[in-house]
Design a protein around this ligand. Structure first.
Ligand code: ADP
Ligand code: MG
Length: 634
């Protein structure tokens, strides 16, 4: 049989290698920025168009390349950074594989102009799909400028696989941040579609972080420093009070390279143990310097994973260091997250002897009786859920007041919710504090006449239909209701908004503000009223009726996170993602006690929906249990 093994032509090999190195425009950005840093540049500009899909340009003032090097730089395994295998273990540069430019040139239209300090003329080289179109002398300043156009033009499958511009831009911004956060001695500029996204002058680390993440960052940073034989740790952690409700700003750099390490991440979060509110994420920006011989950063082609020789010791050091910093900077005493400065003792008062306050309780006061009569134009207002959620307070009040009235509260409840209310069960006391205050006293009288709904475990609403029982998942049902409302409002702009007494000033990063601005119209349709935007802040005058003022920042944070995850470009699906996000944030959660009226309203609203069966995330909102099924169980 004849020989069948062939050597792949170079351009094919390069395309295959490109698959590893270049996943998306952001990978190109990372490689080009790193090359500029390696070339000793002190000024680097990144210019992109259409999230890098049509153009990625990087201009630096680094050391440039000779005529021969300019050509060689596009060859595979062409690198100036290692000469022997030993060099691999003492790397001080970002690149070393000599693959990046060759890979990029295999799948894009590339042009490069480069000149070294001592040369009169530079070199202009153009390559398309690994093929050199021309190389000629040119006038160009010292340094290198490279244009990468029409990425994946010859690999349609990869091009089609790219996400929307919003998503790809987010990836680019992330890569840009990761490089800029380390190299504070380099002036970076970043333009997207002709407008400036970031301009970062040479500064110290702290200022750099503030420039990138916004003015409010400064006050939240706690410095971290520790020198040990194994590792030097520097950087910052965010104060626990500033922890984000969504994925925080979490960065590890090892020897100036951004890395992901779930193990070390755990070390940091465990140092925050007990200091964070539920479901909030600490920010950290930690720079580790270790002996290059003690790590292997080469285990992943995009080089964000790292393997340490002495992982356990590193874990212990990082955990202790972060803990120490948090303690040293006196974070512990201000751990009351809800702390309201107006509750602090005025200065003169602080010196007076402290006496036990007398508490007077208006035992007849019922906070819900009036609350719920509030007008709710479009959507039912569950905004008093906050108060009712605080069952411990109110239940203990009620326990103190032992009257027959109180016992009547529980009439109608039974361990089997399916049972109709009866005299015998009316005296039943539940050990859980689930009972909605003053819930059934009126309802029991009208129970026969009207529809009865029970809340089960602060999670389900149970009601009857002709054929049996319906059990509604309160959170998912409410998500469905709000989702349909928000979707309608955003498309038709008919939301009613509640005006705030004082405008709410919120701060976000520059890129987050840009995203919010792009959603401004939609958000206004949903019921938000904006006074104006600054680079890092937004002033809000009105909010949708279904949310409370204290929720606004969490809801917007969540919205930004959701939109960044999957910003579809088309208006329609953008509305959909927004409506989903807002509905999810604003919906009554599991664990919230609902007053009977609210329960009924929720059930009715659900069944008035276009698609009552499913929550916006596709999960079941209710189940039915027919009498025949019940019969089977008896
Ligand atoms: P690597 O960075 O792994 O060496 P690359 O393919 O990214 O491989 O680059 C190949 C070579 O081209 C580099 O080793 C470097 O010598 C040269 N080079 C690339 N970009 C620049 C630049 N912006 N300035 C100067 N030299 C560069
Ligand atoms: Mg490189």
């Amino acid at each position: 049989m004849s020989d069948i093994i062939q050597l792949l032509p170079d351009h094919v090999a390069n395309q295959i290698a490109a698959g590893e190195v270049v996943q998306r425009p952001a990978s190109v950005v990372k490689e080009l920025l790193e090359n500029s840093i390696d070339a000793g540049a002190t000024h680097v500009s990144l210019i992109i168009k259409e999230a890098g899909k049509t153009l990625i340009q990087v201009v630096d003032n680094g050391k440039g390349m000779s005529v021969t090097d300019a050509r060689l730089s596009f060859e595979r395994h062409a690198t100036s950074k290692i000469k022997t295998a030993d060099d691999l273990f003492a790397l001080a540069t970002k690149g070393f594989r000599g693959e990046a430019l060759a890979s990029i040139a295999a799948i894009a239209h590339v042009e490069q102009k480069t000149k070294q300090e001592n040369q009169d003329l530079g070199t202009h080289i153009k390559i398309e799909g690994s093929e050199v179109i021309f190389q000629e002398p040119c006038a160009t300043p010292k340094g290198t400028a490279i244009w990468v156009k029409n990425l994946f033009y010859n690999v349609p499958a990869r091009r089609n696989f790219l996400k929307s511009n919003g998503v790809e831009l987010r990836h680019i911004i992330d890569e840009f941040h990761r490089v800029a956060m380390v190299h504070c001695n380099v002036h970076f500029e970043f333009y997207s579609n002709g407008s400036e996204v970031l301009n970062l002058p040479v500064s110290n680390k702290r200022q750099r972080l503030v420039h990138i993440f916004g003015g409010k960052t400064n006050e939240k940073l706690v410095p971290v420093t520790e020198e040990t034989e194994l590792v030097n740790v520097t950087g910052f952690v965010g104060k626990p009070g500033h922890a984000k409700k969504t994925r925080g700003e979490q960065f590890f750099f090892v020897n100036d390279r951004f890395v992901k390490s779930p193990y070390l991440h755990h070390a940091v979060t465990s140092a925050f143990e007990g200091l964070l509110k539920d479901k909030s994420y600490p920010s950290y920006y930690l720079y580790l310097a270790v002996d290059p011989k003690s790590i292997d950063i080469n285990i992943h082609p995009t080089k964000t994973e790292v393997k340490f020789d002495n992982e356990q010791a590193l874990y212990a050091i990082i955990r202790a260091t972060v803990k120490h910093s948090l303690g040293q900077f006196n974070i512990a005493p201000v751990l009351d997250f809800q702390r309201d400065a107006s509750m602090d003792l005025p200065y003169e008062q602080a010196k007076r002897p402290i006496s036990t306050p007398k508490i007077e309780v208006d035992r007849d006061f019922n906070p819900f009786a009036t609350e719920f009569k509030k007008e709710t134009p479009n959507l039912i207002d569950y905004s008093n859920k906050k108060i009712k959620n605080n069952t411990t307070t109110f239940v203990s009040n009620f326990k103190a007041k032992k009257t027959d009235d109180w016992q009547a509260l529980y009439s109608g409840l039974n361990t089997k919710v399916t049972d109709a209310p009866s005299e015998e069960t009316s005296k039943l006391e539940f050990e859980s504090a689930v009972n909605t205050v003053q819930l059934f006293d009126k309802a029991s009288a009208e129970a026969e006449k009207t529809q009865t709904v029970y809340q089960l475990q602060r999670k389900y609403l149970v009601t009857t239909i002709k054929s049996g029982l319906v059990v509604v998942h309160q959170n998912r049902a409410h998500q469905r209701v709000l989702y349909e409302e928000f979707r309608k409002q955003i498309s038709l702009s008919n939301a009613v908004s509640q005006q705030l007494l004082f405008p709410l000033e919120l701060t976000f990063s520059v890129t987050e503000i840009a995203l919010l601005k792009s959603l401004e119209k939609h958000l206004e349709h949903a019921g938000f009223n904006f006074n104006g935007f600054t680079d890092e802040g937004v002033s809000i005058q009105g909010i949708p009726t279904v949310i409370t003022e204290s929720e606004v920042s969490i809801i917007l944070e969540q919205l930004i996170a959701d939109m960044e995850q999957e910003v579809p470009d088309t208006g329609f699906s953008q509305i959909d993602v927004m409506a989903k996000s807002l509905a999810k944030s604003a919906a009554v959660k599991t664990g919230v006690v609902l007053e009977n009226e609210a329960q009924k309203h929720m059930v009715n609203q659900l069944f008035a929906c276009e698609e009552p069966n499913r929550a916006p995330n596709g999960k079941t909102t209710f189940i039915t249990l027919g009498v025949d099924e019940l019969d089977k169980k008896f």
